[in-house]
Write a protein of this length. Sequence first.
Lengths: 346, 298, 392
Amino acid sequence: MDKVKTGGAVYRRLPTGLRYLINTALFALFLITITALADNRVISYSDSKVLMLIAVNIILAVSLNVATGYLGQLPLGHAGFMAVGAYTSALFMRSASAYPGQLMFPLGLILGGLVAALFGLVIGIPALRLKGDYLAIITLGFSEIIRVVILNIDSVLGFKLTFGAASLKNIPTTTTVFNAFLWAGIVCFIIHAMMKSRHGRAILSIRDNEIASESCGISTTFYKTLGFCASAFFAGIAGGLYAGYLGILSPGSFGFMKSIEILVMVVLGGMGSMLGSIIAAVALTALPELLRAFSDYRMVVYSLVLIAMMIFRPEGLMGSYDFSLGGLLERLLNRKSAPLIKEDES
Amino acid sequence: MSDMTAITTILKQILNGLQSGSIYALIALGYSMVYGIIMLLNFAHGDIIMVGAYLAWLCMVRFALNPALAVAAAVAGCTALGMLIEKAAYTPLRSSPRLSLLITAIGVSYLLENTFQLIFGAGAKTVPPFFNAKNLSFGGVVLSSNAIVTIIAAAVCMALLTLLVQKTKMGKAMRAVSEDMGAAQLMGISINRTISFTFAVGSALAGIGSVLYCTAYPQADPMMGSMLGLKAFVAAVLGGIGSIPGAMIGGLAIGLAEALVSAAGLSTWKDGVVFAILIIVLVVKPTGILGRSLNEKV
Amino acid sequence: MKKLIALLLCVLLCFGMLSGCAGKGSDTIKVGILGCHTGDYAIYGLAVRNGAELYIKQLNEAGGINGKKIELVIYDNKADNAEAVTAFTRMVDDGITALIGDVLTGNTLAVRTEAYKINMPMITASATAAEVTYDDETGTLYSNVFRTCFIDPFQGQKMAEYAAKELGAKKAAILYDTGNDYSIGLKDAFIAKCGELGVEIVNEEGYSSGDVDFRSQLTNIQANEPDVVFAPIYYQDAGLIVTQARDLGIDATFLGGDGWAGVSGYASAEDLEGSLFCSAYASGSTDAIKEFEAAYTAAYGADTLNMFAATAYDAAMVLCNALKTVESSGKKLKPASDEYKQALIDAIRTGSGSVAGITSAGGYTFDEHNNPIKDAVIIEVTGGTEKFKTLY
């Protein structure tokens, strides 16, 4: 245990390695528990389906949070990247169906993510020249174009690729509760690590003041594109998991409303708070399920909850607060050893 | 196809484009005015048109009133609704982050759509014609009178709006608030009243838009506002959001582009082409056709 | 790590959900009704829900099946594939024995894959794509899936034949919804048949789902002066299209598929005069239909009373007839058990010939792909009402 001397008081710190070890162990424990519960049907089949969807939505929300919360842009085309990832990984999985699905699945997901990131690059370069609402509309435009192309490409080129409105079927259903949450964990970790790195700090500085960070020698174009591509990459992975969860894809699932749905999760959770994104993704996926009893009224209830949330807590559930288990443990450790100096490391 | 029919076909296509374009333009004006003053993309704007269409249907079918009364009810109802939404949902959030305001607008939009579906059912209601006019015929070329009335009505509205904004005291206040809210307040302009008034004017235009919409496409259904709103939003951005002539140009441009793309036999790609035009315009001129360039302040 | 709280929350959530699933006594049989009750396509989903619910309510009031009541589990899928699968699995956990649904073809394809895994009997009243029951890509017959509506190719062929042989059409134009596989299916079959019969297709115009302006496409069509315009779409769009076509001065005859049933409420009598469509259901044409329509309007109002309400009523009828067969077999099977489901599927397949449905008075027999064999009727709109013209 490291001890840091700050103004006479002793502040005990957990070594970074130990922090990661604790977190990894807890996450592994969680994965094992949830998989065991799902396999033994303690969690019912339908609830395990909801759980997979929750994992997909967590990835979508935290990935959009990179572009919205950390980079400070407002892209409205996240569903487009998800669609690219979903179709890429679905086509890959269909053609690789001779090999064991669980082995090929990670490859398919990464491929989907890479293609989505490529789209992110192509879209990001012109789009990121724009600001605010213009950026919103141009990304919305790109994602609508992606949808229209997926819908019509077969009839124009005369071959069977996406099957357009007739849906892409017979995708191997390889998503399980285990791999969905494993990927959600991996994505959260990578984003966390990325934001703690030098590059992450650069991205945050662009959000806080673009001109100031540029004058400090940060290449804003590079970092904006990087953040945007990373966001697209993870959305592509979520798309691949979604394809493997459903086994069927149709372009209608990736419309403008899907992008809005993801944005609502991020804003509701609190911009720039990963924990907020996760909680909002869980809550907004589960809420309609819990509201099933209200049937016809549930969409009305959902919209009322949304308005009320924003009026009474406009900064989102978590604001920009982020939870850190290591930080919490340190605070517990230091509780007795007064005087305690507030640490600013998060 | 002879040359003569080719020319009349093109003329007709332009007329088609102008008709749908002038409806987009009226709705885009509402988007643009609200954006200009409180920087909010009012997603519920399209749904106000839906409400207007239902009001017209209620008056004419349920209560069998005169079409003129139905028009008045639709416009008055939309105006009141616009102001109510502003007071109830947007005023409490005036100092909040803009994204929260945007999400609230989305929530209001969902609320209107789903409430109307609960009340009136999911099916579309057929709105009877407001007036009966024979199609005009010029030497064998039939021109739709609906189209001509729509285009003229929209043009008159836009002219009146320009007068209102440029020549009246309230218009001056609106321009001042959108220029600099703080300074306008110091000059003794009531911010709340001006914003309310802007919402009222924007929603009244939406009310007129809903009447013209029902003339062209005589159906009211709970979900009609979302796509319409999106197109009008695109039109507003294309023209330069916050700019009144920009919204008109954007609306007409979107309408014409859709009509001409379909005329060229590419109707499947229509939405894609519209967005592609938007993207090209924004890349060349990042604030839209008539948008003011944003000066960065350090 | 940030994940932890969230993950704990979802575990809690799962246990919360679990508590809802307690077993019930066996004096009821649970049947699921799944469809889009909110969103853009709610009008079809609500029609199916109401139609099926109406029949089952009537049956329960008349004493149920051998004294057992049917309990409905009704879930909305918001026209979303993921939501449809979740809702369906939730129904399975709730203990349903059979499913009426899904409504839209895309959602049905997503659900049928899940349903096939557990051999859940399902009857759709509205998913018309051929692939719903038979996937020709993999050669899989989904033996648990039935339907009470036509399949797409059948209607397209019928209308092409009718146009060529009865109307003497030489030039035909098409206006279809590019985002809707029903529309594409009918269009493709129509074009193929027209090619065989020597009818020239002068225009093939598409539009996007949700569009309301068809003037540009119609102006293109007008320039080629076709004899007939085939518009394989649903009735609300059809109403708009016919109105706009007449406004532009197009006087060709409009043809449609069964999605047109109910169109007379959405365009003026004058504009629709002489339009033809094929359907299994002619509003007000028989006493059984009149009775159904009166009961439906009394319970749910008229705005969702369309063909799918009728096919859903029939789907419920076919299902309940099969349930009765299984219940009367004396085997005392437990509802929702594997044996019960298989017995039910067999009963639907072989024993529905005597079910005099309102859209198929001659009973339901299914072909080798579980599609119903029933006659198409040609409906003509005259004087603002949809009238039976001929059996074709």
